[in-house]
Ligand binder design. Sequence first.
Ligand code: 6PG
Length: 258
Amino acid sequence: MSVSELRILENGDELAREAADFVVWAGEQALKSAGTFRLALSGGSTPKALYALLAGPGFARRFDWSRAAIFFGDERCVPPDHADSNFRMANETLFKPLKLAGDRIFRMRSEDEPALAAGRYEDGIRKEFGAPAPAWPRFDLILLGLGDDGHTASLFPGTPALRERQRLIVPNQAPQGTKQRLTFTAPLINQAHAVVFLVSGRSKAPALKAVLEDRAADPERYPAKLIQPDNGRLIWFLDHAAAAELPVEQQRVISHEE
Ligand code: 6PG
C-alpha cells in the first residue's frame, strides 16, 4: 500500500513547474537504472502547461527525450486530429515542439473499433516491455488527472472498467463528452514505479477530499481511490484551490527539489 505524498503549490503555473522538475528527475533515474524511460501521459487540460514547460527552453535540454517511450493512459475514441484527442493535445504541446520521432510515441488507435484498439494497445505495451501475459508491465511514471466526479484516466464512477483485474487496457464509457474511451486499468496503473496526479482548480476540491480523506468513500463512486501503487510512489501535485477542502495541516504550500 503506498503512502500519498502531497505537494501543494500556489497556483497552476507553479504546479506545472514542480511537476516538470519531477518528470525530468524521474526520467534521469529511469535512464540510469534501465537505459530507457517509459511513461504514460494524462489527457485533459491540466497537463497542457506541464507539457509546454517540458518542451520549452527551461527543460527541453535537461532530458534526452529520444530515449523515452511515451504512452497514453487513456484516449477518447476520436481520430488523432480531433479537438477532443489526448494525442492531439500532447502532439501540439510536447511532441512537435520537441521534434520527437514517431517510433517512440505509442498512440492508442482510438479511431479503430474500441475492443480491437484496446487489445492492440495492450499487445504493444507487452511487446515494448518484454512482458508477455500474465506479467504486469511496470511503467516508470504514469501521469493522471482527477475529474470533478472523482474519475481518473477514463475510469468513471460506476463503470465496468473499475472491476477489471486481468487486462491492461479496456474500452469504457464516459458519462458526457466523447463517451467511448480506451483506458489503462487500475491494476496496470498500480504496478507503476511512480504515479503522479496533477490536480488544479477549486472544482476538484470536493472529489480530492473524498479520495484523500474519506476512508468510507466508495471507489465505485470515486475511482481515483483505486489508485494505490503496489510498490511505487503516489504523488499528488495540487494547487491551493484544489487543496482547499483538505485539513488545514495539509494546506502548507511546499516546493520540492528532488
Ligand atoms: C481525459 C483524462 C481525464 C482527465 C480528468 C481531468 O482523457 O480527459 O484522462 O482523466 O485527466 O478529466 O481533466 P482536466 O485536467 O481537464 O481537469
